[in-house]
Design a protein around this ligand. Structure first.
Ligand SMILES: [Zn+2]
Length: 216
């Protein structure tokens, strides 16, 4: 069970609401544009690359190098037309992800989470949504996957300020998917053996629309 921490969520890069959650919907377009215009897109690692299959290192230095990585991840996300990118998907062994994702109400969320921890949900918030899911690291494959339709992630922003982010619907799925990446899990690891095999077959048969890092 997740514990309530003693951290205070007073806002850093983003303002917070009265429950302490970041407001990641304000100026979403302007912020996303600023990140990606400073960045350079990088090729995406794909299933089988070791960096995707182990827990990443914690972010401990909230410095210019991290800022550059975040910019590059936004640039990559745009080129690959993704709604979220984890650092290990651009080959970097660090716990950070970025997102640019619509929730089920059509509201756009843009943000950065370092050292994310997915919070346990109270039983009454645990309704499952079995929509389809895909991943830039498993190009061209999709599969239905049941996940809670509400998620809360705690972590830090790119300046090291404690943050918490919450999402519904498709955005909840995104927060869970990206956090999974940083602990070494792909969504296909949560599928049945048969569904996983089918997803890998879809990937074999498809051609990615963006640059990928070939596996050895
Ligand atoms: Zn993914």
């Amino acid at each position: 069970m997740a514990q309530d921490t003693e951290q205070s969520y007073t806002g850093g890069v983003l303002p917070v609401d009265d429950e302490g959650f970041v407001i990641d919907t304000e100026d979403a377009e302007e912020r996303e544009t600023a990140y990606r215009e400073r960045g350079t897109s990088r090729p995406i690692t794909v299933v089988g690359n070791p960096v995707l299959h182990k827990e990443c290192k914690d972010v401990t230095a909230f410095d210019d190098e991290l800022a550059k990585l975040v910019d590059d991840m936004f640039a990559t996300q745009r080129v690959a037309q993704g709604v979220g990118v984890a650092a290990n998907q651009v080959g970097v062994d660090l716990k950070v992800f970025v997102y640019d994702c619509m929730d089920d109400e059509g509201v756009r969320h843009v943000g950065v989470v370092c050292n994310p921890v997915l919070q346990e949900l109270p039983a009454d918030r645990r309704s499952l949504d079995d929509s389809g899911e895909g991943c830039l690291s498993v190009p061209t494959a999709y599969a239905p996957l049941a996940r809670p339709d509400y998620a809360v992630v705690t972590g830090q922003d790119e300046q090291g300020n404690p943050i918490k982010v919450r999402g519904n619907g498709y955005f909840a799925r995104c927060l869970q998917h990206e956090t999974d990446h940083l602990y070494g899990y792909l969504y296909i690891d949560r599928l049945s053996k048969r569904e996983r095999k089918d997803a890998l077959r879809q990937m074999e048969e498809g051609t990615p629309r963006y640059p990928v890092v070939p596996n050895d």
